[in-house]
Design a protein around this ligand. Sequence first.
Ligand code: FAD
Length: 433
Amino acid sequence: MGIVHVVGAGLAGLSAAVALAETGTRVVLHEAAKQAGGRCRSYYDPALGLTLDNGNHLLLSGNADALGFLKTIGAPADALTGPDEAAFDFADLASGERWCLRPNAGRLPWWVMSPSRRVPGTRARDYLAPLGILRAASGKPEGAGGTIGAHMDCDGDLYRRLWHPVLLAALNTEPRDSDVGLAARILRETLGAGGKACRPLVAVEGLSYAFVDPALRHLAARGCEVRFGRRLRGLDLAEGRVGQLLFSDGAETLGPDDGIVLALPPWVAREVLPGLLAPVEFRSIVNAHFALAPKPGSPLVLGVVNALTEWLFAYPDRYSVTISGADRLLDVPREDLARRIWSEIAQLCNLAPELPSWQIVKEKRATFAATPAEAARRPAAGTAYDNLVLAGDWTATGLPSTIEGAIRSGMTAARALRAGSVARSGTRARGAA
Ligand SMILES: Cc1cc2nc3c(=O)[nH]c(=O)nc-3n(C[C@H](O)[C@H](O)[C@H](O)COP(=O)(O)OP(=O)(O)OC[C@H]3O[C@@H](n4cnc5c(N)ncnc54)[C@H](O)[C@@H]3O)c2cc1C
């Protein structure tokens, strides 16, 4: 294999670059922005005087490819922090109730039989509701199984207090309208795999500290060149392959053995690759940050129901809130949001009502909409062009738009490119014989 040009240095591009570099391939990584990480990165916010993440990200210990990636790139031991056992603290803002959901470590879910481990006021048999999702998704291609609403009862206490918040966080789309296949994959790889796969993990020191900086160091040590400020504008496509990459600052001509991984957001990929079938609908996420050090003993992550706040993160230097599927909030003035969210935090944590310094971050196209229609639009890594493969959380990974999906897509793209290259060199060798 010649040089591989990876375009887009989000987690999918970084993962593809790392996987290729591990096989000794020469990699050049091109990124339009001045920094890597895309939708998963840290930055300094002068208004708060703090380094923030573009969005609070929650991982689970069952995210095997994300954890494998951290190991490969030599991420620091404190890259991700979380409890030793699966435990999710919840609060109901309306009733004041608190509980801690504690799935047991093994696959056999005996924890649902124990009232102290489950959601108050629920019965063991209520926990069987997601079986409908698993049955409907079984053996079906992405997007073909229908919506969660068609296969699971989206009502009742357990739905409101567990399944709705968990599925909304994973899918970033109203669960009843979301694709059963995406939900089934999440359930199988995390909750269905037992508590050992559900420990919550947070990049307390920041997403760049955990994922991006070590990946860049790892790539630099393997001779990978990273070129920032390089925006791809188009591709020169001829005779079943890409001949040139057309960047804002000039063209890159490809040699016969060179390859490309396009790890761009879907709307950019559709511009440079006309006719590409890819998701076209997206959902937003709103994050609120408050510059106040949390009280000692605050849960790292608190699920909140009956509130605007959905997940409250206690970072060492700030409280941060995540609200998923937040398109309804895009036009709400930022100060109104800050005030409403802070009043909820003050009530939950017994804090003074005065608003600390705050920041509201609205990520409009945070994820693709996890509906059956959008799931059916996700392309495989391979394309009609010999030397071009796709990566990104929106490609057909089977997972929703997540760190795990992005990293997995990069690994799949690297494998597909290498497999194509081996097949091509075999064909050339047979032709020459
Ligand atoms: C606010 C928020 C909260 C989230 N929370 C979670 C969570 O809790 N858990 C979880 O697992 N996931 C979460 N996610 C999803 C996760 O961040 C994404 O799935 C993942 O980061 C996507 O990576 P990617 O590489 O596929 O795409 P991107 O990160 O979008 O990477 C694409 C890269 O391409 C670059 N680029 C764009 N155009 C060009 C061009 N023309 N030329 C060259 N480069 C270009 C971009 O600058 C970017 O670096 C969240 C996302 C957001 C936004």
